[in-house]
Design a protein around this ligand. Sequence first.
Ligand code: PLP
Length: 434
Amino acid sequence: MATIVEALSCPLNVKVVLLRLKYLCYIIPNFLFIRGITMISKKMAEALKGGSEIRKMFEEGGRLKAIYGADNVYDFSIGNPDLEPPKEVFDALKDLANNPTPGMHGYMPNAGYPSTRQIVAEKRGKEAGMEIGPDAVCMTVGAASAMNDVLHSILDADDEVILLAPYFMEYNGYVANHNGKVVIVQTDDKFMPVIADIEKAITSKTKAIIVNSPNNPSGVVYPAELLTQLNDMLKKQDHTIYVISDEPYIDLAYDGAEVPCALKYIDNLIICFSWSKSLSLPGERIGYTLVSPKCADFAELTGAIVLSNRTLGSVNAPAIWQKVIEKAIYAKVDVANYENRRNLLYSNIVDAGFDAVKPNGALYIFMNTPEGLTDEEFAKICAKQNLLLVKGSSFARPGYCRLAFCVSEASIRNSRKAFFAVAEELGLSHRTEL
Ligand code: PLP
């Protein structure tokens, strides 16, 4: 702006006035925002103050990489899958581009193409050993949109949603979007939910509980018995409580671990799924909701979810990606590659002298913060060695830090010396040699 004003061919005093105006344009909005006098909603003004810890670390990673070079910064802050999508995805895309059909870019039913919903229902029905029709499925713009559709459909103002900590912090925003209230229940020291603690948190306002297995950030997989116990406990309550199963990591399990199919064990179940991780397509925004045929108010609930999909602004999931999914639904990214990286990163952590629960799934290790330090202090010490991780408080579980292993194998290997250097600084003894 200053350069534009300077370039203008007008008298000097006019230029001075214009520059002062420019200054006021910056100052007034900032002043109003700081004083709380802003035209945006109070809810959003409050949310803006918080920001995202993960995003902040991601930006810090960019800054450090510019100074030290990408190979010398070990950025485990963000869970952005770095594997390419499998060949089936590219084949399907090429096929669609080479064989266009009239109307393939047009509007469609808000729930998505009937043929895509049919294929999703068949796959999930086979896994669960039950009959599931396409009416159970609504194609969505990823899991984030799926969760918003569901919460919009079930929450009245001040209804409560139980979250099991540590949990994906975006849930707070999703619940707030629909005027619900978050109720946090901590899991045990292996990050497993404790049914009695969940039961204690239930009130007449409880509408839903969100479960996420394999879990972000802990990587743990909930066993089938736990899901059965959860179902039994919920069925004893005097009103319906939905279980929202957030499943973006369901295809990422390691050491031969099977992720139990929640549909088999929980009756009032609503699945929110996305191909962001299974097919490495987070930027393409494709997922679905699936309501169990055993779910209370099945017809109303599925109808409400489709209406929410429309009125919240997605209208329908991306047309091309629904068609790709039809062709590539049984494909998966190279899970063995992630398993190898998990092993390497886990070894770095424990060999250097730190503790962590070895995750069976997802893309994260949730390591313990060494005794005597807060997670924030520990993250700062790590950052001095260009080791970027996200503090556990960002997942409602202080005392831990999350590391995402969906980064290059070279970066994980190179980071080993940084873990050892941090351990030395803290006086911890290494478990093996560097
Ligand atoms: N749920 C969890 C636990 C996640 O980790 C993520 C993304 O990282 C999402 C939901 C959102 O997934 P999507 O990209 O499909 O919206």
